[in-house]
Design a protein around this ligand. Structure first.
Ligand SMILES: [Ca+2]
Ligand SMILES: [Ca+2]
Ligand SMILES: [Ca+2]
Length: 187
């Protein structure tokens, strides 16, 4: 059993991710937040409303809610509190890591596709700053630092590989020096 409060770094990072998913900012995650996040991602991606691309993104966030988030509602009140959220990620790490990796993969892929506005298969600094502003709620300075930290291969852009390392480290790593910790800016 992982001590959610003893592991301060990961808990802090998960609280940050919680804040990104809690789109309406009322302090709990509900199905409505996932619906709004899907709609926001579709809008930021530039996909036309009701296009296949837009519907695909909304479906991905519906799937994330059903498969990973709804079961995290331990007390069955239809709302995921920050303790329930942290527990839903950290507890399976030891017993069903494939489940967490799948969550990370879906979230990372969807985010990469949205962030890569021009569709060239890489995330430029401008694209990263825009994603920070419109989805991740990171100010420009924070997003600029984040970009430098996540550019593991010193390419001047973020590849899907780099993005996946970042998401994985952000969600799972207990290492305070992991560069992926900077995914959403300072942590
Ligand atoms: Ca909410
Ligand atoms: Ca609950
Ligand atoms: Ca791009």
């Amino acid at each position: 059993m992982i001590d959610l409060f003893g592991d301060g770094l990961r808990r802090r990072k998960l609280d940050r991710l919680f804040g990104v998913i809690d789109v309406d900012g009322d302090g709990v995650i509900t199905q409505a937040d996932y619906e709004q996040l899907g709609q926001l991602m579709a809008k930021v991606s530039g996909a036309a409303p009701d296009s296949a691309r837009s519907n695909e993104l909304k479906a991905t966030f519906g799937q994330l809610w059903r498969e990973f988030q709804a079961p995290a509602d331990q007390d069955g009140d239809g709302r995921i509190g920050s303790d329930e959220f942290a527990s839903s990620v950290l507890t399976p790490l030891g017993v069903a890591p494939d489940r967490v990796l799948r969550f990370i993969g879906l979230l990372c892929n969807a985010s990469f596709g949205v962030a890569d506005t021009d569709g060239d298969g890489r995330i430029s600094k401008a694209e990263h700053l825009r994603m920070g502003r419109e989805v991740f709620r990171v100010d420009e300075a924070g997003a600029a630092t984040s970009f430098e930290k996540l550019d593991f291969f010193n390419n001047g852009y973020l590849t899907l590989d780099a993005y996946l390392i970042a998401f994985t480290e952000f969600v799972t790593s207990p290492d305070p020096n992991a560069r992926g910790n900077w995914l959403f800016g300072d942590f």
